[in-house]
Design a binder for this molecule. Sequence first.
Ligand SMILES: NC(=O)c1ccc[n+]([C@@H]2O[C@H](COP(=O)([O-])OP(=O)(O)OC[C@H]3O[C@@H](n4cnc5c(N)ncnc54)[C@H](OP(=O)(O)O)[C@@H]3O)[C@@H](O)[C@H]2O)c1
Length: 299
Amino acid sequence: MLEHSLVFAILPPRAMKSDIAIVGTGSLGSALALSLRRAGYPIVTLISRGSASSLRRAGRLARRVGARVSSIRAPILSARIFWLCVPDQDISSCAEMLAAAGNWKGKVALHASGALASSELRALKTRRAAVASAHPLMTFVADAKPLPTGVPFALEGDVAAVRAARQIVRDLGGHPFLIGKAEKPAYHAWGAFTSPLLVATLATAEQVALRAGIGRKLARRRMRPIVRQTIHNYFEKGPAEAFSGPLIRGDAATVEKHLKSLQQVPHARRVYRALAEAALNNLPAKNRKDLRKVLEKYS
Ligand SMILES: NC(=O)c1ccc[n+]([C@@H]2O[C@H](COP(=O)([O-])OP(=O)(O)OC[C@H]3O[C@@H](n4cnc5c(N)ncnc54)[C@H](OP(=O)(O)O)[C@@H]3O)[C@@H](O)[C@H]2O)c1
């Protein structure tokens, strides 16, 4: 019995997880609120923009996570940790509104931007909060599902805030890692290639399918096996081993046929050329000289 109470004196029980407030209940804020709740964090407040529609949306999420809703114009500041999940351009103004609303000593403020540094939260730091940026390298869309496990989170900022964020990320089943302030824009550009620009490439492919007389929906269905296999090969074997097609074979005549057929879809042709150039720079290809000539001809 004595041993049992000693353990409780040394280890903080689950109930001691810090109270959290989420500011902004859009794609990321909703997923984070659900995941944090599931991980045992009390979500005490969801702070919304304050318009009727915004309050309604926040209210629906609040019922799922057992939180109260307040407006950014009169925010409830009882939580110890605040995670700002508002669009990048609104982070500093939200920080200013929150800073003006009360005492921040001993609190931690995080924002979720991949491109911006923790200095966006300077208004809160001035009021003595510890601040950091904590960005999940994951895509969130408007379906309010909890995060999967294994998500990497890039952290940067004050020691106390990074320490708090690291613990939260681990509790969410994620992988925290440090990033430099100056590296954040390049880090986020990398992230753009991994999801939104990948989707943009596939959306461009759909438009090319239309030129071949295949409607978008059918194209998506027919693309599924090859796209899945390609992604699988890339992660299992690496880029060079996953690369196939006319460029690796050095087949300049086929590449020229592609470029000719894309005359009616000029933006798809520009995307094709840019990606083919990237392939010639980074991936194995035969007959590079002729391939480059063809790409040049259709520039
Ligand atoms: N989505 C992703 O895949 C993803 C991934 C990693 C990081 N992030 C980062 O997460 C942040 C949010 O992105 P998101 O995609 O979740 O955006 P989003 O879906 O547009 O959601 C933004 C939310 O912020 C609210 N908001 C805007 N201004 C506000 C204010 N002044 N006070 C309170 N709430 C305000 C919006 O309210 P309304 O509902 O009233 O418009 C909305 O609920 C960004 O920094 C982004 O870089 C996003």
